[in-house]
Design a protein around this ligand. Structure first.
Ligand code: NAG
Ligand code: NAG
Ligand code: NAG
Ligand code: NAG
Ligand code: NAG
Ligand code: NAG
Ligand code: CA
Ligand code: CA
Length: 369
């Protein structure tokens, strides 16, 4: 009896020692446990610029979408009061609690469990136990495309006046905030909403835009459509073409476009804009490379090679966010993420979405519940 209990005690002691020596140091992640997640609360319904953060988690995206729709409905209701009434079906999140409380209730929304669930959906190409930059970029892109399409769908409800699922040019009524642009001397409106733009979006040329075409209309750089990319390039020329000869001379290029292009080049420049022989040499070089027919001017077509630099695509932002997140969470610095690396730094994925001011991400700024 006594011997047996001694053996049991020794066994337990060994077990405890084993557990202590093998337990991961949990002090660091513990700091992150109580970071309060925030939903993006600030939507601009008329602004088609890129979202600053792509939601990582579809559940969060879904909550944000519902909340955004709700705000949108309210803003529409204010615009045409009396049009819709009585439809009081509320998003389920608002029925039982504030969505943010839900997200911060660790029993209901456990970020560790979420990451365990999402990991195999991201690690797909190839499925090898590592999330690569390309896989995370694809994931981000998918989330961001879904969000974009959802907004387009909502915009379409406004413009498709006869509700046939298509937007005709006549139906498309430019929102008032676009009308500030002055008529230019050529007599055409420099705004986004030209008929040429509409026609370039009309893939099958039936004079109507379906959802896909309307989405391309709103996001030409992401459309992948040669017609729309060409239109976008022509638009760039029009915007910079100060002497109105329909093409860009070196001066128009240097003052309008070169800054945007060279941000992506790996050169260090002085930011002087003086047309000085020594300072504009890099600009002259780029100009000469783009000027394929050597006529001393750039046409819309000649801008095609740099249009992605002028209008970064959703893919560009998706990759940028993937790079940032990997850099933050990649503990062993092999350039890719394992499941345990992701679990160790869950709020890198979530705070990249929620925190409006990214610089404040240190522990002393944490909000405790
Ligand atoms: C939205 O954000 C901007 C700046 O980010 C701020 O000036 C504005 O007040 C916010 N609007 C609402 C409704 O919170
Ligand atoms: C989240 O779930 C994991 C695994 O199921 C569990 O170990 C952890 O304690 C949970 N976290 C919280 C804060 O409830
Ligand atoms: C633009 O031109 C239209 C007619 O083509 C005219 O009605 C409108 O007042 C002009 N707007 C400006 C800002 O000049
Ligand atoms: C757009 O296409 C329609 C035919 O679908 C045509 O009548 C119109 O002139 C075109 N407009 C422009 C600016 O190309
Ligand atoms: C819209 O029309 C295009 C052809 O221009 C077609 O490829 C696409 O599938 C259509 N999209 C929808 C949602 O019907
Ligand atoms: C930038 O200007 C400084 C002096 O203003 C000069 O010393 C330097 O060489 C210039 N750099 C380049 C890349 O031209
Ligand atoms: Ca993989
Ligand atoms: Ca219609």
């Amino acid at each position: 009896m006594g011997q047996a209990s001694v053996i049991i005690y020794i066994t337990i002691a060994i077990l405890i020692l084993f557990l202590i020596s093998h337990s991961p140091t949990t002090t660091k992640p513990a700091h992150h446990r109580h970071r309060r997640l925030k939903l993006r609360s600030n939507f601009s319904f008329s602004d088609h610029s890129k979202p600053t953060h792509i939601p990582f988690d579809p559940i969060v995206a879904d909550i944000e979408r519902k909340r955004e729709d709700k705000l949108w409905e309210k803003s529409q209701f204010k615009l045409d009061e009396g049009a819709a009434k009585g439809d009081e079906s509320q998003p389920e999140w608002e029925d039982f609690m504030d969505a943010e409380d839900y997200l911060n209730d660790e029993e209901k929304f456990n970020v560790t469990n979420r990451i365990v669930l999402l990991f195999p959906k991201i690690d797909v190409n190839p499925r090898d136990g590592f999330v690569s930059e390309a896989e995370l970029t694809d994931w981000n892109l998918k989330q961001s495309e879904r969000e974009t399409l959802h907004r387009t769908q909502r915009d379409m409800e406004i413009h498709d006046k006869n509700h046939d699922g298509f937007v005709s040019y006549a139906e498309y009524d430019p929102p008032s905030w676009t009308r500030h642009s002055d008529n230019d001397s050529f007599g055409y409106n420099m705004g986004w909403w030209k008929e040429e733009h509409f026609n370039a979006s009309d893939g099958d040329g039936d004079g109507l835009l379906n959802l896909t075409e309307f989405n391309n209309f709103l996001h030409p750089a992401d459309s992948g459509s040669p017609k729309l990319l060409q239109w976008l390039c022509n638009e760039e020329v029009r915007e910079r073409d100060t002497d109105k000869d329909g093409k860009l001379n070196f001066k128009e290029f240097f003052h309008g476009l070169f800054d945007l292009v060279r941000n992506y080049e790996d050169e260090s420049h002085n930011s002087s804009h003086e047309l000085d022989d020594s300072l504009d040499a890099p600009a002259k070089k780029v100009f000469a490379e783009l000027d394929k027919d050597n006529d001393g001017y750039l046409s819309g077509t000649e801008l095609l090679p740099i249009i992605e630099k002028l209008h970064p695509t959703e893919h560009y932002y998706a990759k940028q966010q993937a790079d940032y997140v990997i850099q933050q969470a990649d503990a062993d610095k092999d350039g890719r993420l394992t499941l345990s690396e992701m679990i160790e730094s869950p709020y890198v994925f979530y705070s990249a979405i929620f925190n409006e001011d990214e610089e404040d991400e240190y522990e002393d700024h944490d909000e405790f519940r």
